[in-house]
Design a protein around this ligand. Structure first.
Ligand code: PGA
Length: 251
C-alpha cells in the first residue's frame, strides 16, 4: 500500500513571521498525526524559522525549488546542501509556475531531480497540461513528454524515491478542480509511463499526487480514486484550518 502524502506549497506568500505563525498553528493541531505523511514548502527565507516552529511535530519540511550544481557562481540560486542544512527533506521541482513563468525546461527539471536524488532529498516532480493542450486532446502527449524528458536516465531505484504530482495548469489557483475521474485517468497514465521505465513494484509503489484547487470539500473524493496518492495544495495550505481539514480527509 502507498502511504498518502499531503504537501502544502506556500509559494511566494507571507513574511517570515507569517510562516512562523502558520507553522506553529500546524504544529499545535497536527501534533499527534502520523498519517498521512505531511510536508510544508515555505519560501526559502522562511525555511529556518519554520523548521524551528515545527520542531517535534511530524510535519516535514520541503523547498519549492533547488539548483542542480553543488556550489559556485550561480547568483540567486540555492543548493541541495543548503536545503538540507535548514532541515529540508523534500523539494518541489518543475512546478508549472516555474515552467511557464520562469521558463524552466524539461532538461532543468531533469538536472534538478538528479541533484535532489543524489543529495538524498525527495523530489516532488510536477507535471500538467495547459487548458489549450487539454482542449486539443494533447493531455497525454504533454504528460508523456514531461515524464520522459524530465525523468530521463533515472533508474527504477531512483524512480522509487520520487513523488510525482499531476497538476493540470487550468486548475491551479483557479478554483476549478479537476473531476476526480479526470485526475485519476491522468494519474493512471503516469503510473503506466513509470511502469514502462521500471518494473511493476516501482510503478505500484510510486506516489502520484494530484494538485490544483484542492480544498477541504473536494479532497475526500479525490483521495477515493485508486491512483491518487495524495495532494499538492496551494491556496488552501496557507490557512491552518483548511490545511488541517485536508490532512484529516478521512475523518
Ligand atoms: P492551488 O495550487 O491549490 O492554489 O490551486 C496548487 C499548486 O500550484 O501546487
Amino acid at each position: 500500500m502507498r502511504a498518502p502524502l499531503i504537501a502544502g506549497n506556500w509559494k511566494m506568500n507571507g513574511l517570515v513571521r507569517d510562516a512562523q505563525a502558520l507553522a506553529q498553528g500546524l504544529r499545535a493541531r497536527l501534533e499527534k498525526d502520523s498519517a498521512p505523511e505531511i510536508v510544508v514548502c515555505p519560501p526559502f527565507l522562511a525555511l529556518a524559522a519554520v523548521r524551528e516552529a515545527l520542531a517535534g511535530s511530524p510535519v516535514k519540511l520541503g523547498a519549492q525549488d533547488v539548483h542542480w550544481e553543488a556550489k559556485g557562481a550561480y547568483t540567486g540560486e540555492i543548493s541541495t546542501a543548503m536545503l538540507q542544512d535548514v532541515g529540508c527533506t523534500h523539494v518541489i521541482l518543475g512546478h508549472s509556475e516555474r515552467r511557464h513563468i520562469m521558463g524552466e525546461t524539461h532538461e532543468h527539471v531533469n538536472r534538478k531531480t538528479r541533484a535532489a536524488l543524489a543529495a538524498g532529498l525527495t523530489p516532488i516532480v510536477c507535471v500538467g497540461e495547459l487548458l489549450e493542450e487539454r482542449n486539443m486532446g494533447d493531455t497525454n502527449g504533454v504528460i508523456e513528454r514531461q515524464i520522459v524528458k524530465g525523468l530521463e536516465g533515472l533508474s527504477a531505484a531512483d524512480l522509487s524515491r520520487i513523488v510525482i504530482a499531476y497538476e493540470p495548469v487550468w486548475a491551479i489557483g483557479t478554483g476549478k478542480v479537476a473531476a476526480p475521474r479526470q485526475a485519476e485517468e491522468v494519474n493512471r497514465f503516469i503510473r503506466k509511463l513509470v511502469l514502462q521505465r521500471s518494473d511493476s513494484r516501482t510503478a505500484e509503489g510510486i506516489r502520484i499526487l494530484y494538485g490544483g484547487a484542492v480544498k477541504p470539500d473536494n479532497i475526500k473524493d479525490l483521495m477515493a480514486e485508486e491512483d491518487i496518492d495524495g495532494a499538492l495544495v496551494g491556496g488552501a495550505s496557507l490557512e491552518v484550518e483548511s490545511f488541517v481539514k485536508i490532512v484529516r480527509y478521512t475523518s
